[in-house]
Design a binder for this molecule. Structure first.
Ligand SMILES: Cc1cc2nc3c(=O)[nH]c(=O)nc-3n(C[C@H](O)[C@H](O)[C@H](O)COP(=O)(O)OP(=O)(O)OC[C@H]3O[C@@H](n4cnc5c(N)ncnc54)[C@H](O)[C@@H]3O)c2cc1C
Length: 411
């Protein structure tokens, strides 16, 4: 059986970051520490390579806890503050990866190539002498005296300390299939009752008019409302109609809130406003123009023609009708379709497509100064396995860098 001082399970963003800081810390103390990094995947870093459309959105200009959900925001902030986006930028610069800002606040490598990020992390892991072991899926972690015994089909490692950085369940083909939750439970942790896809496209029933608009992208607001109509949360951003339903940043961002609220109450509604930058009153006003223009001519100034046509159909209005002849009820119905159309969502695209997982190990079970487990001393936990999920925009990687930094420095 091999021996290690520190065994990190999972070599995704969080595991690589943990390994780097554990390695640096050992060097700075001139101690001989053996750090091993075990990953079940034969190829390390598959998720980093596909992230951000192959460009890897490393972090965001402004990262604060309001961009996250899951555990308490206070707890999330504590970890984010321990390692900020500025520190992330400096860290990558030191590794030779310069990041550039996009208008949206997202930061990408100047190469526009995720492999720049992965290769820099792997080079640093190698420089620090961390033993990286691909194709080492961990099937069990047991307490063994004061340490741990880690095993899989490849054999066993005994380690004084263990870091669980096995990710969530999203994109399971990259190796993150949720087995880490089982490992965490076996060491005494609880997992949130709900583990569900986040940042995930949503499906509409066959025959729904939005499915006929496949490929159309428009700005829109997606709002989650309770059965009584109370607004819970909304996101305004680019929205993509697809052959199965809806995707795009607004939909991905709203998805976890909608899915969570709907699991509590099946009457929860998702409502779309196709004209997020025009008030209801303004729309109502232009639809009362007396200049002889048709409904389609008026809507042409506001929306793509294909969308305007199907929304008229939906409101049972002939688009050729002059707006001056629109009855009040018809106008109301059209304004409703334009600004507050309920979406009969039938499901989501699942973990195979979701960018992140909602739910996981509650931060209340982790000491956030160190990321050490409060229930199993010697065990540390970092990354997406935690009950933390962020919006689109680099926030999820920032969580991996921040929690990995804290764990690596403490372990
Ligand atoms: C398509 C896509 C695009 C994304 N784009 C972005 C983006 O641009 N910006 C952003 O901020 N976030 C993005 N994300 C989210 C981000 O990639 C993740 O939140 C982040 O990678 C999580 O890092 P992690 O290390 O915690 O987990 P993971 O990256 O999931 O890594 C976990 C690792 O653990 C290994 N593992 C799991 N179980 C075991 C086991 N039993 N034994 C051994 N090894 C195991 C897995 O093989 C994997 O390598 C994207 C996600 C996807 C799916």
């Amino acid at each position: 059986m091999h021996r290690a001082d520190v065994a990190i399970i999972g070599a995704g963003a969080a595991g690589l970051m943990t390994a780097i800081w554990a390695g640096r810390r050992a060097r700075s103390r001139s101690t001989e520490r053996r750090v091993v990094l075990l990953d079940g995947a034969a190829r390390i870093g598959a998720k980093i390579l596909v992230s951000g459309g192959g460009r890897c959105n490393v972090t965001h200009d402004v990262v604060d806890e309001r961009a996250f959900a899951g555990s308490s925001r206070h707890a999330i902030r504590k970890v984010l503050r321990a390692y900020t986006a500025e520190q992330t930028v400096a860290f990558f610069a030191e590794l030779g990866v310069t990041l550039k800002h996009e208008e949206t606040g997202k930061l990408f490598p100047t190469t526009d190539d995720a492999s720049t990020v992965l290769e820099a992390l792997l080079r640093e892991v190698d420089r620090l002498g961390v033993a990286l072991e691909p194709a080492h899926r961990v099937e069990a972690i047991e307490r063994d005296g004061g340490g741990f015994r880690i095993s899989g089909p490849w054999g066993e490692v005994a380690a004084d300390r263990v870091v669980l950085a096995t990710g969530g369940k999203s994109l399971p083909k990259t190796g993150s299939d949720g087995f880490g939750y089982h490992l965490a439970k076996s060491l005494g942790h609880s997992i949130t009752p709900r583990i569900f896809p986040a940042l995930v496209p949503l499906r509409l029933p066959e025959g729904h008019f939005i499915r006929t608009l496949s490929g159309l992208t428009v700005p829109a607001t997606l709002e989650v409302r309770t059965a009584s109509g109370k607004s819970l949360v909304s996101f305004t951003d680019s929205t993509l109609c697809t052959h199965f339903g809806l995707s795009g940043p607004s939909v991905l961002d709203v998805s976890r809130y909608y899915l969570d609220a709907r699991a509590d109450d099946a009457q929860t509604q998702l409502v779309i406003n196709w004209l997020p930058h025009t008030s209801r009153e303004e729309i109502d006003h232009v639809l009362q123009a007396r200049d002889g223009r048709s409904v389609s001519a008026v809507l042409r100034g506001l929306l793509p023609e294909r969308l305007a046509r199907v929304l008229c159909e939906r409101a049972k209005i002939d688009p050729a009708l002059p707006v001056s002849r629109l009855a009040r009820e018809a106008r109301r119905s059209l304004v409703q379709c334009l600004t507050a159309l309920p979406l009969p969502i039938i499901g989501d695209k699942g973990f195979a497509v979701a960018e992140v997982t909602a739910g996981g190990v509650p931060l209340s079970e982790i000491n956030l100064n160190s990321m050490e487990s409060r229930v199993c001393p010697g065990l540390f936990i970092a990354g997406e396995i935690c009950d933390v999920d962020g919006r689109i925009g680099g926030y999820n990687f920032q969580w991996a860098w921040s929690s990995g930094y804290v764990a690596g420095n403490s372990v």
